[in-house]
Design a protein around this ligand. Structure first.
Ligand code: SF4
Length: 193
């Protein structure tokens, strides 16, 4: 759907320069989704993995974020094999709703209520990032914390459209449950893609 070299704005890898590749197509259907234009993958041209690699190589990027949409709707084995062979670090951002394919340096799972994540994907997560839209999301976050490995980094991130409303509750929650860290969408504040 789109690709660009920027700074990762949220989660564990915040602040790192990353080439973003956003794959079109998602059937998870989050009501607050901020990339609804990604849902219909047929609107976007197919690109080969080698052409994507050439775009990345034109920049100084050392790592690539594969995001969506829901990237695991595709089999990512060949793409990740090619990128890794070219010494590109690979980060995945997924809802976890589809089986994991490919080989990754970092897997961020952001579970969504609208199409639940698979346990097999949660068990491989290096980062669990739960979007908080209302207070019931804390319970949702804890439920999924039980399914990730002990080294998994835990983040609570306010849904941007209700940022001001939910932030006090998130601050409170993290003070009471310090195993969680707050993630903010700094790219939106900084106005970078
Ligand atoms: S999983 Fe991501 S792209 Fe899909 S609807 Fe939810 S927020 Fe949007």
């Amino acid at each position: 759907m789109e690709h660009y070299y920027t700074i990762q704005g949220e989660g564990y890898n915040t602040g790192k320069a990353c080439y973003f590749i956003r794959l079109g197509g998602c059937d998870v259907g989050c009501v607050w989704c901020d990339v609804k234009e990604s849902w219909d993958g047929t609107k976007y041209p197919l690109m080969s993995a080698i052409d994507l690699l050439k775009l990345v190589k034109k920049t100084n990027a050392e790592r690539v974020v594969i995001t969506g949409g829901e990237p695991l709707m595709y089999d990512l084995k060949e793409l990740t094999k090619l990128f890794r062979k070219n010494s590109i670090e690979l980060f995945l951002e997924t809802s976890g709703a589809y089986s994991l394919t490919g080989s990754w340096d970092w897997i961020c799972v952001s579970p969504k209520k609208f199409k639940k994540p698979l346990d097999e994907v949660l068990s491989k997560a290096d980062e669990l990032k739960v979007i908080v839209y209302n207070k019931s999301d804390f319970e949702w976050a804890e439920k999924h914390r039980l399914k990730v490995k002990s080294s998994c980094q835990l983040f609570l991130q306010p849904e941007y459209s209700v940022f001001k409303k939910v932030m006090p509750a998130i601050i409170d929650y993290v003070k009471q449950h310090p195993q969680w860290t707050i993630s903010l969408q700094t790219h939106k504040v900084l106005d970078i893609p």
